[in-house]
Design a protein around this ligand. Structure first.
Ligand code: AMP
Ligand code: MG
Length: 409
């Protein structure tokens, strides 16, 4: 049996370097950036108005007050994007719109609602500070400033910043192509009439959804029953189009465990017993260029094994800097017994009360019952040597909905 920690490390060190492609920045949302984004321009390149209003010389309005209004002649106006080069004449105000370059010499803005305009003149009743309502040149960033680090997932705002910084295309990771296949003669498609011994193939769509959620291009390869020759066929047909094949089921101690039987032929994929609960039996390795991950068949085990290993593997292989969720601690609301010296992942419900988290295990128990995953929003993580958690003790947990926050250890 391999310890959970050592096995996880092994899996992650196997993750290949991401392959990159250059795509239009507009199409990059959701992708992982593979280059640092540095500003190619100063932003803004010149002083600009932060308001619709008037550009003025602050000293012309030095004496303006509610009892001592000052009148300035309106010498012209400009709008964002359509601005002649000009110099503001002393003793005048220039009507200006948000984002328009300040006329040379003007050193303050006055919002439109603070000036009253009549007959080509504007009445001001307050003295603006120098620099008020002016966006200074380079106040957002200077050319060359590091703005976004490689390894960041591009969200709407990263996309906006990259464009603002002058980018037209971005170097991003190519998504991994991951095929998912379920095994077991008992499996039947959703909604069929179940005959004796049959179960719905729920894992494959579940794992496909998890894979898409991890940012891969997930490819549904159907069911192969318990016949090794069907796995052969899948390999022959799809090997070239895949980076990774994820199989579900057939890796434990049953007589017909198809993945196990199939993989005995290859020494490059390990059938492992991982020191964890659930999801002890798994398979991991490669056939030539194709990575192989064998998940256990019980629905909870399949999900947890995917979550703990496949997800960080594919994320790392697509250039993510952060692949692990925040490890939190919370008060365990009930006592939990633990029989085995294994790393245990306990489906749990976590809630915040005041500034503390409270967590409680949720059922129903058993790794074949996926209802517990629906009731859970977290996994309590108990270390190998832990034997019991008393109610009120602190435990480590992860929120399943948390975005990845931690780097590879
Ligand atoms: P196995 O690992 O193949 O021995 O499967 C363990 C248990 O998980 C068995 O009860 C299977 O029927 C069940 N199982 C395996 N694959 C799936 C699947 N794709 N969907 C739902 N249940 C499955
Ligand atoms: Mg099976």
């Amino acid at each position: 049996m391999k310890s959970y920690g050592a096995y996880l490390k092994h899996v992650l060190t196997c993750a290949p370097a991401p392959r990159s492609e250059r795509i239009p920045v507009e199409a990059a949302a959701g992708r992982v950036l593979l280059e640092d984004i540095r500003a190619t321009i100063d932003d803004p390149v010149e002083a600009r108005s932060a308001m619709d209003g008037y550009a003025v010389h602050a000293r012309d309005l030095r004496d303006a007050g509610s009892d001592t209004p000052v009148w300035l002649a309106e010498s012209g106006r400009s709008q964002a994007g359509r601005t002649p080069h000009l110099r503001l004449a002393a003793g005048t105000a220039w009507r200006i719109m948000t984002g328009a370059p300040m006329p040379a010499g003007a050193d303050a803005g006055v919002p439109v609602e603070h000036g009253t305009r009549t007959d080509g003149r504007v009445r001001f009743v307050a003295a603006p500070k120098r620099g008020a309502y002016v966006r200074r040149p380079r106040e957002n960033f200077r050319r060359g400033t590091l703005l976004i680090r490689a390894g960041t997932v591009i969200r709407a705002q990263e996309l906006g910043l990259a464009i603002t910084a002058g980018y037209k295309t971005l170097r991003v990771a190519r998504p991994l192509r991951v095929g998912v296949v379920s095994t077991g003669d008992e499996l039947v498609p959703p909604g069929s009439r179940l005959r004796r011994g049959e179960v719905f193939d729920s894992n494959r769509p579940t794992i496909l959804a998890m894979a898409r959620d991890a940012g891969v291009q997930a490819i549904d390869l159907g069911r192969v029953g318990d016949r090794p020759e069907f796995l052969d066929r899948i390999l022959k047909e799809h090997r070239r189009e895949l980076d990774m094949l994820v199989t579900i089921g057939g890796v434990s101690a049953g007589d017909f465990d198809v993945v196990k039987v199939f993989l005995r032929r290859y020494r490059s994929v390990d059938l492992v017993k991982v020191g964890m609960r659930p999801a002890k039996p798994q398979a991991f390795g490669r056939l030539g260029r194709l990575w192989w991950y064998g998940l256990p068949g019980n629905p909870v085990s399949a999900m947890i094994a995917f979550d703990r290993f496949v997800r960080p593997f594919v994320m790392r292989a697509t250039g993510h800097r952060l692949v692990f969720r925040a490890r939190r601690t919370g008060v365990c609301e009930m006592s939990v017994g633990k029989k085995h010296a294994l790393r245990e992942f306990i489906r749990a419900h976590a809630r915040q009360a005041g500034d503390r988290w409270h967590v409680r295990p949720v059922g129903p128990g058993g790794s074949s019952n996926i209802r517990s995953m629906v009731n859970a929003n977290a996994l309590i993580i108990l270390p190998e040597r832990c034997r019991r958690v008393a109610a009120g003790e602190e435990v480590a947990f992860e929120l399943l909905a948390d975005p990845p926050l931690r780097t590879v250890p």
